[in-house]
Design a protein around this ligand. Structure first.
Ligand code: NAP
Length: 311
């Protein structure tokens, strides 16, 4: 292995994100050794069968011993318990990070329990799929995706640079911002869309006059696109909602106001207002494609040749 950036990487949690980190670290030679720990013997065994690490332990404290990089890859609601567990075993000088989808809560849960002699730098790779577990990971998950680091006051610039370089080597583009701002931004770009998807799929499921078989049969008219988000991990998203409550409630109330305005335009037949909104939103999608965060291929590039869309 040529010049690995870290001697020992400990991954606590080995689901979609943890296993994707393991794959890319292995492929790019970013650490000499990968130690994996997870809550259940079942998942740990699967990680071993998949060859994701070099050592495997159920004891998270044992896993972090002598590690110079520790990344928590567990649901955000589990961060405090895991931090309390590993804190006494952390090596002086280690970088301790996470991948949680909310950041202010993670800082509140982790910072008070960490020793002063480690570098705590929270992180969030903005990359994922609706799959979970150690089989779901792949080395290219982070390629061309942003990773946001939310350093706390007094963070060592050297440690921050090392962690940023790690994520760059994983294929990501790195940004830094404070945890509260991260939570506000993510509430609109990620948390709200998931909540809307969970809600619309739940509503369709509850309808009595339209049968479930019709919902599934005609899903390609739009509904299907929401079901991908609504199939995301229930534990992860329960924790996101509970741990980014204020920002999500703020975005939900703005959303409700805008929805009421849209409802009024439909009720009063205000075609101009509808046309203006739909034109503006189409432009947003084009900007996302131009920024390389989505494919320009129609229908997300998933049509087989000859298959056409019903609308
Ligand atoms: P995942 O595939 O469901 O894996 C979760 C891992 O955490 C498993 O190793 C699981 O252990 C462990 N775990 C679950 N509950 C735990 C608890 N109460 N205490 C200790 N360990 C626990 O999850 P993931 O998708 O990789 O998500 C991990 C983190 O990444 C979350 O904080 C999430 O917010 C963040 N994230 C997710 C995505 C995404 O799209 N999925 C994207 C960016 C960031 P066992 O299997 O052994 O029980």
């Amino acid at each position: 292995m040529s010049n690995p950036k870290f001697r020992r990487l400990a991954l606590i949690g080995i689901g979609l994100i943890g296993s994707s980190i393991a794959h890319v670290v292995r492929r790019e030679g970013l650490a000499e050794e990968i130690v994996i720990s997870t809550r259940s013997a079942h998942t740990l065994r699967r990680a071993e069968e998949l060859g994701l690490g070099d050592r495997y332990c159920l004891d998270a404290a044992e896993a972090v011993e002598d590690a110079d990089l520790v990344i928590l890859c567990v649901p955000v609601g589990a961060c405090e318990a895991v931090t309390r567990w590993i804190a006494p075993a952390l090596s002086p000088g280690a970088i301790v990070s996470d991948v949680g989808s909310t950041k202010a809560s993670v800082v509140r849960q982790m910072a008070p329990h960490l020793p002063d002699n480690v570098h705590f730098i929270p992180g969030h790779p903005i990359a994922g799929t609706e799959e979970s577990g150690p089989d779901a990971g792949f080395a290219d998950l982070f390629r061309n995706r942003w990773c946001i680091l939310t350093p706390v006051e007094g963070t060592s610039p050297d440690a921050l640079e090392r962690l940023a370089a790690f994520w760059t080597d994983c294929g990501s583009m790195v940004d830094t911002m404070d945890a509260e701002h991260h939570d506000l931004v993510l509430a609109i770009v990620s948390h709200l869309p998931h909540i809307i998807a969970y809600n619309i799929v739940g509503t369709a499921d509850d309808l009595a006059a339209v049968t479930k078989s019709e919902v599934i049969k005609y899903s390609a008219s739009g509904f299907r696109d929401f079901t991908r988000l609504a199939a995301s991990d229930p534990t992860m998203w329960r924790d996101v909602c509970l741990h980014n409550k204020d920002a999500i409630l703020e975005m939900l109330s703005r959303f409700s106001e805008d929805l009421a305005a849209l409802q009024r335009s439909i009720r009063w037949g205000d075609g101009d207002a509808l046309f203006d909104l739909f034109t503006r939103t189409r432009g947003i999608r084009r900007s996302i494609i131009a920024a390389g965060q989505e494919t320009a291929t129609p229908n997300f590039g998933r049509d087989k040749p000859g298959e056409s869309e019903r609308r």
